[in-house]
Design a protein. Structure first.
Length: 195
């Protein structure tokens, strides 16, 4: 049974799912309907990009520890991005990142999942134009959703979002629903938060 999380809530993945080894991190969103004036140019689709940032003691040790649409696989093979969705159209997960928990090298204590709007400032786009945003964790063994966090606040003017993190503590893997919006113009700016 899936657990619906609130902002800041944590769940122990290892305890609730004995033998858990691979997790599918699904991120999704939809564009909210925008009122269009007759003379306004046709709006561009909002391109949200999911990324995973692997941290050592809570800090980014190397830029190669960022998995995103331009670098789909971590060098350890433990974190793999399934590819870029340019529009967020359709049901279900818009982007997925697979984490092989057993293969994550011991020095990494957390993996942070963020979403940035591509060229947000150039296109005058923000998370106030997004609805139904969520992050969910699925057990790759059986496809069952373990937990889900639906973002429900008003994020008008925000261009990036720290959705959540998987972290290791005392040999167990846990998930923290963060839901922290930022005004970062790019993934590069978001990554600097962890340096």
């Amino acid at each position: 049974m899936s657990v619906n999380l609130q902002k800041g809530q944590k769940v122990n993945l290892s305890k609730e799912n004995v033998g858990l080894s691979r997790v599918i991190v699904g991120l999704g969103w939809d564009e909210a309907e925008v009122k269009k004036s007759f003379f306004a140019p046709k709006p561009q689709p909002i391109d949200c990009d999911a990324s995973a940032i692997l941290l050592v003691n809570g800090v980014l040790a190397n830029n190669a520890d960022v998995v995103y649409y331009g670098a789909l696989r971590h060098s350890s093979g433990s974190v793999v991005h399934q590819g870029d969705n340019l529009t967020g159209a359709g049901e279900g997960d818009d982007e997925q990142i697979i984490v092989d928990l057993n293969s994550v090298p011991a020095q990494y204590d957390r993996i942070v999942f963020v979403v940035n709007i591509y060229k947000a400032y150039d296109r005058n786009q923000n998370f106030g134009m997004i609805k139904n945003a969520f992050i969910r964790l699925v057990d790759a063994r059986n496809g069952k959703e373990m937990c889900r966090y639906d973002l429900s606040e008003n994020y008008d003017g925000m261009t990036a979002m720290v959705f959540g993190e998987i972290y290791r503590r005392d040999g167990e893997w846990k998930f923290n629903a963060i839901g922290q919006p930022t005004r970062d113009a790019s993934l590069t700016e978001t990554v600097k938060r962890y340096v």
